[in-house]
Design a protein around this ligand. Structure first.
Ligand code: ADP
Ligand code: MG
Length: 234
């Protein structure tokens, strides 16, 4: 009986996922199809040609991004864990965002002790951090106060990396749904970032915790094993 339930649950998850994928792929396809159908009729119209140039490549990019994200999600890649100094690792990620943060007028700080470590797959965790920072930047677009604070602190066996933003925050319902595949509140969002992040963090022996106040901001904690000896103890 238990096995039957597990299979039922899996089928349900696959059904949900397929419905999401179908929806995500259909939107850009419909828009591309419309342009293609109009092409013979409106070819001489310069503003139509401009519109094609603007929308068709970006819709195709979007389809590609969805496929990339799905592959990331389904490709079983065992984490290559290594001891990593949090401050160095965070600084190397921060460099990527410096221009955007400046452009968006976001007040930014990193506060991490020199000797703090995590034992995890750097590349996988970078993907998680990048998604979290992008989400924070997106959430602050319309806010008056724009502050992004990254800090990290140790406890017994784990290191917590904390990302605090003063963005739009999330409603209770959004908090519940944000890890669901394809859940997004953004017009051009894909909604796989949180799903993939949680999966990667768990595969690295960690967890994600979140606190969010609608209209005020969001705090995300990424909790990871501190060192190889601490890993697996609980
Ligand atoms: P996407 O970024 O493509 O929308 P994600 O899986 O990364 O997909 O995020 C899912 C949703 O969770 C977002 O659309 C947003 O509603 C919510 N969310 C995630 N992070 C934040 C944040 N820092 N502040 C506010 N909302 C957030
Ligand atoms: Mg995202």
């Amino acid at each position: 009986l238990h096995e039957k339930l597990v299979i039922q649950e899996k089928m349900r998850a696959i059904g949900q996922l397929s419905a999401g994928i179908a929806h995500e792929i259909r939107n850009p396809l419909t828009s591309i199809k419309t342009f293609v159908e109009l092409l013979p009729i409106k070819y001489d119209n310069p503003s139509f040609r401009e519109a094609i140039k603007e929308h068709v490549p970006s819709e195709i990019n979007r389809l590609n991004q969805i496929i990339e994200d799905l592959l990331d999600y389904s490709r079983p890649k065992a984490p290559k864990k290594e001891l990593c100094i949090v401050k160095e690792w965070l600084n190397s990620i921060f460099i990527l965002f410096e221009p955007t943060l400046r452009k968006e007028n976001i007040d930014f700080s990193i506060n991490v002790d020199e000797e703090l470590t995590i034992y995890a797959d750097k590349q996988q965790l970078k993907q998680v951090l990048v998604n979290m920072i992008l989400n924070a930047i997106d959430a602050m677009k319309e806010q008056e106060i724009k502050r992004l604070k990254i800090s990290a602190f140790p406890n017994e066996k784990f290191t917590t990396i904390q990302i605090e933003d003063t963005g739009r925050g999330m409603t209770k319902q959004e908090i519940e749904k944000c890890y669901d595949p394809f859940f997004t509140t953004k017009p051009t969002g894909v909604g796989l970032g949180m799903t993939i992040s949680l999966k990667l963090v768990k595969e690295n022996g960690g967890d994600i915790e979140m606190e969010s106040l609608y209209g005020k901001g969001t705090t995300i904690q990424i909790i990871l094993p501190r060192s190889i000896e601490k890993e697996g103890e609980s």
